[in-house]
Design a protein around this ligand. Structure first.
Ligand SMILES: Nc1nc2c(ncn2[C@@H]2O[C@H](COP(=O)(O)OP(=O)(O)OP(=O)(O)O)[C@@H](O)[C@H]2O)c(=O)[nH]1
Ligand SMILES: [Mg+2]
Length: 198
């Protein structure tokens, strides 16, 4: 499959859920550490440069909504865990995230994007636990697989399955650099959105 949906920038929000758009009812929100490739993923899915990619971690500090084929969202959430951010910004990030999920009357699933090279740290595990506690369903996408050698690549599935406790069918491996794994991921997302009833 080499289908690319029409993905358009929809809205940028930097504040509270009273202003969160509710026009479309479903979607995926990208959750991940800064610099893991969230914006790159949006560009790869769209096959065009619509999201800003940067070498400066923490660039995306707003909530960016993209609308896919006119009826569901991909939401680029601010990357978490950028060490240089102040405590105050970090607290605000937590608050925005918890309001985002709690007040969203739409059916938004999580797409946890991780760096394939790294094992989860406390922040990752806390985020995971928070999603579980709040019954938000999610998939895990291990990106930057181009940075792994072949034996690391072979061990990747088992490593992620063990550290994230996720079923294999909810685990995807991608490289935005080499453009691998994107079709499989997109295919899954489109099917799961089609099945979502809201
Ligand atoms: N080698 C490699 N580099 C990647 C890949 N995906 C993204 N990058 C690079 O990683 C850097 C960060 O990418 P972004 O897409 O801006 O990451 P982000 O998660 O949106 O970052 P924030 O918005 O800061 O949270 C950029 O230099 C990308 O080119 C990949 O699969 N392989
Ligand atoms: Mg970004």
């Amino acid at each position: 499959m080499n289908y690319h949906p029409e993905i358009k920038f929809y809205k940028c929000l930097n504040d509270y859920p009273s202003r969160f758009p509710l026009e479309a009812r479903k979607g995926y929100a990208l959750i991940g550490r800064s610099n893991v490739g969230k914006s790159s993923l949006i560009n790869s899915l769209a096959n065009s440069t619509i999201a800003r990619v940067s070498n400066t971690p923490g660039k995306t500090i707003t909530i960016n909504y993209y609308i896919v084929d006119g009826n569901w969202y991909i939401i680029d959430l601010p990357g978490y865990g950028y060490a240089k951010r102040s405590h105050e910004i970090r607290t605000r990030w937590d608050e925005i995230m918890s309001r985002f999920w709690k007040n969203n009357k739409t059916d938004i699933k999580g797409l946890i994007l991780i760096d394939a090279r790294h094992i989860p740290n406390k922040l990752d595990l806390d985020t995971l636990m928070w999603l579980n506690d709040n019954q938000i369903s999610y998939i895990v996408v291990a990106n930057k697989t181009d940075k792994l050698n072949s034996s690391e690549n072979q061990r990747l599935n088992a490593r992620i399955r063990d550290s994230y406790g996720i079923e294999e069918n909810l685990l995807f491996k991608t490289s935005m650099l080499k453009k691998t794994g994107i079709n499989e991921l997109l295919d899954y997302m489109m099917k799961s959105i089609a099945k979502t009833e809201v």
